[in-house]
Write a protein that binds this ligand. Structure first.
Ligand code: C2E
Ligand code: MG
Ligand code: MG
Ligand code: MG
Length: 282
């Protein structure tokens, strides 16, 4: 009878779609235990200044799944957002990144490195977000001035005063904010000027296209001019080639991040001294 039911099911549902639904359901139930089973890992991707010297790293989440291997965040963060699991996961990410900061502070060759942590929309919407972050930071003993939180434009479209209050509370304690994937969202410039952010991160898509598409290059230049005009720093994401690096430095980018300098990897395998400072001709 079960067999007959199975056949009936197949008559009404596309088997490929059914397989995709099953995979999603499986991933979701697995995700619920991923934290408890210590399957989540933070990898760190170096960020360098215009001279190629490392200034810090962005913490990027990975899920070491027992059968699927290393699962990238795009494949599970949307589900974690939907189910609310992102709150616990986000706490774990923040605490882990802060403990890493403390460890980096203890060694002369990594002292002063910053860590950037991506914040999800749902996390940021929590009414006690600011206090909660400060509690976690204090609990680890990390220097809040070395912590950067990355927000995206879409997260900032809700209640402006509430958002600014949250950011201001954290900023007063030294925590910095970057606007991630800048240029792909909808934030108006009048709004941007009110936000207590210190950095824009140029979306990887513009960096990818800037050497072959004049419009992309124009956008990159405009973002740098805009950022500097407002007293903000600007970091380019997705820098993969020396030609891109040279162009970005010429335009005046303050920071660079991308496979050219290193992919995200576990903190203990990063060879900070091997991220060679490169002479940039201007
Ligand atoms: P993002 O914050 O914009 O992070 C940059 C993404 O670009 C990372 O992908 C990074 O591995 C990738 N990337 C860096 N350099 C290059 C490059 O040169 N070329 C190319 N092709 N890609 C490069 P990843 O690690 O897969 O993360 C994707 C997104 O997932 C992140 O985008 C971020 O929005 C989100 N994410 C990652 N970790 C967390 C987390 O802990 N919490 C939350 N809420 N979101 C996270
Ligand atoms: Mg980011
Ligand atoms: Mg980004
Ligand atoms: Mg991006």
């Amino acid at each position: 009878e079960a067999k007959a039911a199975g056949r009936a099911t197949f008559r009404f549902f596309d088997p490929l779609m059914q397989a995709a639904l099953d995979a999603t359901a499986m991933l979701e139930s697995d995700l619920r235990f991923a934290l408890a089973r210590a399957e989540l890992e933070l990898h760190y991707q170096p960020v360098v200044d215009a001279d190629g010297r490392p200034t810090g790293a962005e913490a990027l989440l990975r899920w070491r799944h027992p059968r699927r291997g290393l699962v990238p965040p795009a494949e599970f963060i949307p589900q974690a957002e939907k189910s609310g699991l992102i709150i616990d996961i986000g706490d774990w990410v923040l605490a882990t990144a802060c403990r890493q900061l403390v460890q980096w502070q203890e060694s002369p060759c990594t002292r002063g490195l910053t860590v950037a942590v991506n914040v999800s929309a749902r996390q940021f919407r929590q009414p006690d977000f600011a206090e909660h972050v400060l509690q976690i930071v204090a609990g680890t003993g990390a220097d809040p001035r070395l912590l950067k939180l990355e927000l995206t434009e879409s997260m900032l479209l809700a209640d402006v005063d509430d958002i600014i209050a949250k950011m201001a509370r954290l900023k007063a304690c030294g925590v910095g904010f970057s606007l991630d994937d800048f240029g792909t969202g909808y934030s108006s410039l009048s709004y941007l000027q009110r936000l207590p952010i210190e950095q824009l991160k140029i979306d990887r898509s513009f960096v990818r296209d800037m050497l072959r598409a004049p419009n992309a290059a124009t956008i990159v230049r405009s973002i740098v001019t805009l950022a500097h005009g407002m007293g903000l720093c600007v970091v380019a994401e997705g820098v993969e080639t020396p030609a891109q690096r040279d162009a970005l430095c010429q335009i005046g980018c303050d920071g660079l991040q991308g496979y050219l300098f290193g992919r995200a990897e576990p903190a203990d395998t990063i060879l900070w001294s091997k991220i060679i400072p490169v002479a940039v001709e201007l």
